[in-house]
Design a protein around this ligand. Structure first.
Ligand code: G1P
Length: 297
């Protein structure tokens, strides 16, 4: 149904300097995997086959990561290290990767429009890799959204309630409730000024978009920060037809911030990396973290 997933990945990752000076922020490891690999896994688990990556200058390690490395593979052949490559090998075998370079940084809307050549005329997903989403024991966030798309056949954005003081960091929506976890959007504002926020429901980096969005982006004037905002194009789509906001199930970490990145690392280490037979180690880590938290600074 939805086979393509677009990853805008051309940004500079300035919030994480100096780490991102020469390394793409999408390649920052959360435990032992780069951030973007979590997003790609989420897309594959939602049935997607084509990963369309919008890159920029200095991002060649992204391409290398989703490709074979014969020299390394030959080097570790027959050793127990081979096990460490099982997941990434599966990814490379089950998806195809296409790339396009964004020449100028003109906002998220512009990055998505740059991916048009790769996506074509079909509905597609968008993942902002620095929003890491995990739903332990349940369907991934994109999978949840694909199921909704089957029912509603319109663009869908994932939203989350955020504290009032953080609302200005996000695209924010307002709408009419159509189910406990769904709203029909009637207003959207990109990074609202204090007092101008339509609600505390923030858009997080998961979207399903119908392809008419491309023309709407083309006619969208630069907005917040002088950039072409996907939020503004989606508002036009909502006014002309229908855009749904979905309160997803699962955890979301803002890995573009140092604090969110640390939380994601601890969470993924405990819940994804450690195996069930390492319960004792899990317990030790939990004790260690709680004792750190209790120490006065
Ligand atoms: C982008 C979008 C914003 C959204 C956010 C989610 O902002 O423009 O609407 O709420 O991603 O992470 P950015 O974080 O790129 O500034």
């Amino acid at each position: 149904m939805i086979k393509k997933c677009l990853f805008p990945a051309a940004g500079y990752g300035t919030r994480f300097l100096p780490a991102t000076k020469s390394m793409p922020k999408e390649m920052m490891p959360v435990v032992n995997k780069p951030l973007i690999e979590y997003g790609v896994e989420e897309a594959i688990n939602a049935g997607m086959e084509s990963m369309c990556i919008v890159t920029g200058r200095g991002k060649h390690t992204l391409m290398d990561h989703f490709d074979k490395n014969y020299e390394l593979e030959h080097h570790i052949e027959g050793t127990n290290k081979e096990e460490l490559l099982v997941d990434i090998r599966n990814i490379i075998d089950s998806a195809n990767f296409t790339y396009i370079r964004q020449q100028e940084m003109k906002g998220l809307g512009h990055a998505i429009l740059t991916g048009r050549e790769l996506v074509g005329d079909e509905p597609f997903a968008v993942v902002l890799a620095d929003d890491l989403c995990v739903n332990i024991g349940g369907d991934g966030v994109l999978d949840q959204m694909v199921n909704l798309y089957k029912q509603f056949r319109c663009s869908i954005v994932a939203v989350q309630e955020v504290p009032k003081e953080d609302v200005h960091k996000y695209g924010v929506i307002a709408g009419e409730s159509i189910r406990d976890d769904l709203l029909l959007i009637n207003d959207m504002v990109e990074k609202p000024a204090p007092g101008a926020e339509p609600s505390n429901l923030a858009i997080i980096g998961r979207y399903i978009l119908t392809p008419d969005i491309f023309e709407l982006i083309e006619s969208t004037e630069p907005g917040k920060g002088g950039e072409i905002q996907i939020t503004d194009a989606l508002l036009q789509q909502a006014q002309k037809g229908c855009v749904i906001a979905y309160k997803f199930k699962g955890e979301r970490f803002d890995c573009g911030s140092v604090e969110g990145y640390l939380d994601a690392t601890n969470f993924c280490f405990q819940n994804l990396y450690l195996k069930d037979d390492q319960a004792e180690l899990k317990q030790k880590r939990t004790e260690k973290f709680s004792s750190i938290a209790l120490e006065p600074v």
